[in-house]
Design a protein around this ligand. Sequence first.
Ligand SMILES: Cc1cc2nc3c(=O)[nH]c(=O)nc-3n(C[C@H](O)[C@H](O)[C@H](O)COP(=O)(O)OP(=O)(O)OC[C@H]3O[C@@H](n4cnc5c(N)ncnc54)[C@H](O)[C@@H]3O)c2cc1C
Ligand SMILES: O=C(O)[C@@H]1CCCC=N1
Length: 394
Amino acid sequence: MAAQSGSSVFDCIVIGAGIQGSFTAYHLSKHMRRTLLLEQFLLPHSRGSSHGQTRITRKAYPQDFYTKMMADCYPLWAELEKESSTTLYRQTGLLLLGPEENPEFCSTWRSLVQNQVPCQYLTAQEIQKRFPGVCLQPGEAAFIDHTAGVLYADKALRAVQDLFCRFGGTIHDGEKVIDIKPGSVVIVTTTSGVYQAKSLVITAGPWTNKLMASLGLQLPLQTLKIKVCYWKEKVPGSYGVPQNFPCFLGFHLNRAQHHIYGLPSNEYPGLIKVCYHHGKEVDPDERDREAKTPGLQEIPILSDFISNYLPGLEAEPAVIEHCMYTNTPDENFILDRHPSFQNIIVGAGFSGHGFKLSPVVGKILCQLSMGQTPDCDMQPFRIRRFQNQFKSAL
Ligand SMILES: Cc1cc2nc3c(=O)[nH]c(=O)nc-3n(C[C@H](O)[C@H](O)[C@H](O)COP(=O)(O)OP(=O)(O)OC[C@H]3O[C@@H](n4cnc5c(N)ncnc54)[C@H](O)[C@@H]3O)c2cc1C
Ligand SMILES: O=C(O)[C@@H]1CCCC=N1
């Protein structure tokens, strides 16, 4: 989309047209706020965290507050589908697997039950009968979040950006923000122009701290390179739509230190997406530069898991794509005002699980930028929870 020179003061500038910035801008334009969404790369791109065809959506979380937020997200996703006349969600259910005593596994089940989410605990016989392609070890259990499914990520990103423009918003892509001057009117300088706004929202994903430097703040964020692996079905369709195969999420299975998760074969016929929920720390501007030190060995971890738990898949990945997480120490998001500039809002640290929550995240960031108090518990998302873990030069 062409860049135009903007001289008048915007109500809000949003930096970063990933799913979080795009939903923030969408909500702002629905509130008739004159909004500019700035993106450093030409759209669409595959350099950040929101690209790719699919994401899991679910209410199953060990933390009650995410389960409650997701109850608000589902109708907002449905509203976006209706406004864009696009199918963005396919209900598949989510099979959660783990050691029956694992605390996170148990608290996730408890949260589903306490929040009256349609769910079902499965016996070993039921698992074998319903999901013959899934093998569990003794002492491991499974339950289903029936509300879960697949979000079509690329389509969702495009839909929310198109609606933002339809509601009067302006996107400048291929335009990198290079400086921010705080004040009652924030001055934002890009590679193509200078813009002013009454408030600013920074949703820059892996680049967040590069931008925060000009605002004297460094947040406790770690950017990880994630290998997005696709594995071939030995029998076509055995882990896909014909078998109603669900998404799955494994808690510390097969001695893995981090979660292993998968989505039914769909975007690449005959291939199922199975990924490791961790990666090697990288500079977002050099994501694919050959690492000087050995990596995390996520492929051997996944291959061994697949051999033991999903024997109907070939144990070598057929396709590997790349993405990035931006993790906080507690893997909860940062949704807060800058400690020194109340009209500068940060949305960051989505820690590999923020896509499904973006309708509500965008609403919260929109409310903060309009000087309002969001109508949900913000405690888990405050910057100050990191007390001595962030650096401020102010
Ligand atoms: C492999 C993988 C699997 C995932 N699976 C799931 C899942 O199943 N379910 C789920 O809910 N979530 C999942 N997630 C997490 C989810 O995708 C992310 O939390 C979410 O996409 C983060 O969005 P974002 O807008 O914060 O970041 P990004 O998409 O990275 O957007 C930030 C944007 O800011 C732009 N930008 C940065 N600096 C500047 C600048 N100076 N000027 C202008 N623009 C700038 C960048 O170019 C980028 O477009 C997954 C993530 C990955 C990588
Ligand atoms: O957010 C999700 O549901 C997925 C699966 C669990 C780990 C990260 N992304």
